[in-house]
Design a protein around this ligand. Sequence first.
Ligand code: ZN
Length: 309
Amino acid sequence: MNNTSTPLSRRVHSLLGSAGALLLMSLAASTVSTVSAADSTLHLNLRSRTATARGDVSITEKPVAWEAKQTALIICDMWDDHWCKSASRRVGELAGPLNEVVKQARARGVFIIHAPSSVTGFYKDTPQRRLAQSAPLVKTPVPLATAERWGTAWCWPDAKREKVLPIDDSDMGCSCTGAKCVIREAWTRQIATIELAPGDALTDNGQETWNLLAARGITNVILCGVHLNMCVLGRPFAIRQQVYLGRNVALLRDLTDTMYNPERPPGVDHFTGTDLVVAHVERHWCPSFTSTDLTGKPAFKFKEDQRSR
Ligand SMILES: [Zn+2]
């Protein structure tokens, strides 16, 4: 070995090292992000929409880092059954993947609130229900909604912030073909697929939700579950109320669904209807992200959604 080979070999190694690092970086960029279960900081890509001076809407995606300990994940109305057979089938399909995301979020330190509206009585005396009921009362920065709908307080559409929803759900949105489902009280509890763990809370009440958040210094609130055009916006723990309370709110947009009948305006397929409501939320209420940011795995997609992405 001569004296000049060493620096050269070092240079070659250094070059290979840089190339290797570049290759790894491009691989990381080309696949979904790497997420560690031990990572207590959530790295989310929050998508939102704003009106431009030209009158159209621009879409922006902003990376944020949220501390898991300052973040709650609220699961809205993932009931065991629904009066609409199609809606019930979709919740059944969504529940398993949603539970996997919840498990990973919980493992990283996110506070989980189960919010199966109007059936919290099923959970009387469970540790999760008691945790919500025993949280010390904390005054909210703005008054909570007092209107009532479907068994809880309700935040109606807000003319100051939003126009009418982009889908017509005035028929309540049964998406079944042929005979339409009859509206009835079909639900008795949260679907059993979603696990209640020690340290989780369960409530459908706005004040109890606020007490839980306040006790933990939680400033970030993530919403998932159903149905986006109704309860995920209107319930007293859900998007509109959390925005009014000044939380940083975000929607898990692949872990939701709507009540939308494609026979009604604007006459698009059910899943395009859901995407339109997601866009409405991003424009008027809060940004959204997909579960990929929490799990590193591909976003959830319903089997019946035949559109390419
Ligand atoms: Zn139906």
